[in-house]
Design a protein. Structure first.
Ligand SMILES: NC(=O)c1ccc[n+]([C@@H]2O[C@H](COP(=O)([O-])OP(=O)(O)OC[C@H]3O[C@@H](n4cnc5c(N)ncnc54)[C@H](OP(=O)(O)O)[C@@H]3O)[C@@H](O)[C@H]2O)c1
Length: 337
């Protein structure tokens, strides 16, 4: 096969505050030949996710930091173009963590085949992938959700939040979501079927608004953003309630330490359980997730939205857009048809 050139996005420098386009660089490399045991993959879609901001910081964490001058990494789905590995055939669709590039050669480790006859390829980056699993594990296992409880979800129209909301409804819960636009709150109520939603950007007093939405208190708060949303939840949690610490996106671009919630003593006074998690520590739940989510999707019980940005060169913009609420549902970059 003639040599193929592949565009990739590299980290140029570590962002200060909100990342900018000048923190990234577009490069082109020649893809190496495919040796015995290897496969050549062309990426079709890649995921941009808030956690990637943490990997741009040079610090010890649950996942190593990105390196300056090296291509970024993340979830992607692509097709096998050439295979010299008996486990794969040209035309197979696979998921990998080799996003932010057009092509790559792999020995097959870390590639998972996906069935694009069942769902569109990009859904495996969202509702049917780690995003959906984050919602599932977080709500049902970390949050120990019970039927009929009162559930509050922040970033409710985002990739994880929108799935959390719908799983909670499937469990017969009263669900209220917060999101950053009227379009998002309308979708949550009219399409996703939750009980109420409010636009936190147009709400003078988020803490009072959450109180109005939960006159009897919150049993489970699914935390995606931090800041005033966490304060509001702590204020209105029922005794014995659960706070699922999934993410705190409002802090990810902070250039100085952000003060902790002043209402943290409520964790003691109300005997709350506040528990964080990283989805990759819960792969023992993968089978249950695939079975439950597959069933719900097949029955039309879960809806999802995607915001698709075209072209690998626009991947940094897609990533930056996460911090400005530009995505509705899962933010995805389309790399090739
Ligand atoms: N623990 C885990 O294993 C795990 C796995 C995946 C994701 N997460 C976390 O889960 C959260 C959601 O992730 P996602 O992939 O589903 O992203 P997402 O919600 O689809 O996208 C991010 C959204 O956050 C909202 N946002 C941005 N800045 C905000 C701010 N300052 N205050 C309030 N809202 C803000 C925006 O929506 P609005 O228009 O509503 O403002 C934006 O669309 C993130 O915190 C992420 O780090 C954790």
């Amino acid at each position: 096969m003639t040599s193929i050139k592949s565009k990739e996005i590299r980290l140029k420098k570590r962002p200060e505050g909100l990342p900018g386009n000048d923190d990234f660089e577009l490069a082109e490399v020649v893809v190496p030949p495919v040796n015995d045991g290897q496969v050549l993959i062309q990426n079709m879609y890649m995921s941009v996710d808030p956690y990637m901001r943490g990997r741009m910081v040079d610090r010890k964490s649950y996942i190593p930091p990105f390196q300056i001058g090296m291509p970024l990494e993340g979830g992607s789905v692509g097709r096998v173009i050439e295979s010299k590995n008996s486990g794969f055939t040209a035309g197979d669709h696979v998921m990998s963590m080799q996003g932010w590039r057009e092509y790559f050669v792999s020995d097959g480790v870390g590639l998972n085949k996906i069935d694009t006859g069942l769902l569109p390829a990009q859904a495996y980056l969202g509702v049917a992938g780690l995003t959906g699993m984050t919602a599932y594990v977080g709500l049902l296992h970390i949050g120990e959700l019970q039927e009929g409880q009162n559930v509050f979800v922040s970033s409710a129209a985002g990739a994880v939040g929108s799935v959390v909301c719908q799983i909670a409804k499937l469990k017969g819960c009263y669900v209220v979501g917060s999101a950053g636009s009227e379009k998002k709150t309308a979708w949550l109520v009219d399409e996703a079927g939750i009980d109420a939603a409010f636009n936190y950007k147009k709400t003078d007093d988020v803490i009072a608004e959450v109180g109005r939405k939960f006159p009897e208190g919150i049993d489970v708060y699914f935390e995606n953003v931090g800041g005033v949303h966490l304060e509001a939840a702590l204020e209105h949690m029922k005794p014995g309630g659960h706070i699922v610490m999934c993410g705190m996106i409002s802090m990810y671009n902070a250039v100085a330490p952000v003060p902790g919630p002043v209402r943290l003593p409520y964790v003691i006074m109300k005997s709350l359980t506040m528990r964080g998690f990283v989805v990759s520590d819960h792969f023992d739940k993968l089978g249950a997730f695939i079975s439950d989510m597959g069933g719900w999707i097949a029955e039309g019980k879960i809806k999802w939205k995607e915001t698709v940005v075209e072209g690998i060169e626009n991947a940094p913009d897609a990533f930056i857009g996460l911090f400005e609420g530009e995505n509705f549902g899962k933010m995805i970059v389309k790399i090739a048809d």
